[in-house]
Design a protein around this ligand. Structure first.
Ligand SMILES: [Zn+2]
Length: 432
């Protein structure tokens, strides 16, 4: 293999003409002096069309290439400016790098692949680049891959929509997941109807028509969007969110019971000063109130996962506060009803709604009305076997990505990182 071919395979393109290779006396880096081939010269950096030579631009400049052994390597070339019919005067494209960057394509691809696998600090140290450069390079790689792969919107059948928070719940992003491939299809900052509309508007009429089921929580804005853009699609409210509604109501009930017990304890006669008499129980009401306060995780946990101590706590509840115990049984009843197979869920839910109607707990009667409103969508989720648990798993992954990067200053970089990690747009290592 001749030097020219070695360099071409190192840079990852054959559209390069080698002029010289030397070592920079100052930095000890290897510099490959080159130029694009004739056919690649005078192309617009943005649209890659042939343009007219304008001027010499900034003259000679360098692009960081992948290291050769332990030595840093650069490609050095003169980049002229061209006049493009569409974009005006722009810097000409070079075959070894993307537009508006100081890094070679192979270098950025490696950077993006590594960032998906490991933390920013490891990548920035290993690749010898600045922390923020990592994010910017990932964004460029994502933009490049995104332009070439809109096919992930084709043949969408079952999708799930969810909104997840970041920055301690101050900001939100909307995530759309393909249930069949278990990957993120689309992601955008913000939430609400306008944000979701952007997703549906991006799809062609054929792509929208192929969607059969849309799973989400019971939010009205999502339902309205689905009705507007995919009238043929069936809306599903997944069991995960329905149980979450019940646990929320149950926790509200527990807090109410605790507040009541606390008020009773405060109103109870205060202990006389001095040493208590032997065998005298000091303020039993206060003890009961504290026990109710500590019941939170016992009530939220599934009964099969309770420890022996937690089971005792639950036994205490049956006598201490029958109303709260009834609320707990209602939550468990709903969970089991949702677990019934697709043939029996309709009957099981109707039975549960009858129970909730008679339970004499206003919060659960309200929940019954909510379930009645979404009855069709809940049954549809069970029939099609759709669950947003997968989206919740994706949400966890997103939170991990954000945490691993110690937060993102630029939200577009964050979305690019999420898409590179969780969607079918995967960065690949050069030459593989
Ligand atoms: Zn152009």
């Amino acid at each position: 293999m001749r030097t020219k071919e070695i360099i071409q395979s190192f840079v990852g393109t054959s559209k390069i003409v080698l002029k010289d290779v030397y070592t920079d006396a100052e930095t000890n880096a290897i510099v490959i002096k080159a130029r694009p081939t004739k056919i690649e010269q005078c192309r617009c950096g943005l649209c890659h069309r042939k343009g007219k030579y304008y001027d010499k631009g900034q003259g000679e400049r360098r692009w960081r290439a992948l290291d050769i052994g332990s030595q840093m390597a650069y490609i050095e070339a003169t980049v002229e400016r061209v006049r493009c019919k569409k974009h005006g005067v722009v810097t000409a494209a070079v075959p070894w790098a993307r537009h508006d960057t100081w890094f070679c394509r192979s270098f950025e691809d490696t950077l993006a692949w590594l960032t998906v696998q490991t933390s920013h600090s490891v990548v920035s140290e290993f690749m010898r680049v600045d922390w923020h450069t990592v994010d910017r390079a990932c964004k460029r790689v994502y933009d490049d891959l995104e332009a070439a792969s809109s096919c992930r919107f084709d043949r969408l059948v079952n999708i799930g929509i969810d909104e997840t928070s970041y920055k301690k719940g101050h900001k939100y992003i909307t995530v759309v997941v393909n249930h069949d491939t278990n990957s993120v299809v689309w992601c955008s900052k913000g939430f609400g109807k306008t944000v979701l509309t952007q997703f549906f508007e991006r799809l062609t009429p054929e792509q929208r028509a192929s969607i059969r089921c849309v799973s989400a929580d019971g939010a009205r804005r999502i339902a309205e969007c689905v009705e507007e853009f995919c009238p043929n699609a069936e809306r599903c409210v997944d069991p995960f969110h329905v149980v979450a509604w019940a646990t929320e109501v149950l926790d509200k009930e527990r807090r109410r019971a605790w507040a009541e017990a606390n008020a009773t304890a405060k109103a109870a006669q205060k202990r006389k000063p001095g040493r208590p008499v032997k065998g005298d129980v000091v303020n039993p009401e206060k003890k009961d109130a504290r026990a109710l306060k500590n019941l939170r995780y016992v009530l939220l946990k599934n009964p099969e996962n309770l420890s022996a101590n937690q089971k005792d706590q639950l036994k205490f509840l049956t006598k201490a506060n029958p109303r709260l115990y009834r609320a707990y049984l209602l939550k468990e009843g709903l969970r089991l009803a949702l677990k019934a197979g697709s043939d029996e869920i309709s009957e099981a839910l109707t039975k549960w709604m009858g129970w909730a109607q008679r339970c004499r707990i206003p919060a659960f009667r309200e929940l019954r009305l909510k379930i009645k409103r979404h009855f069709k969508a809940i049954v549809a989720a069970a029939t099609h076997g759709l669950s947003n648990a997968r989206i919740e798993a994706t949400n966890n992954k997103i939170k991990l990505i954000i945490r691993r990067a110690y937060g993102f200053r630029n939200m577009d970089n964050m979305i690019a990182m999420i898409m590179l990690s969780c969607s079918s747009v995967h960065p690949s290592l050069p030459g593989r």
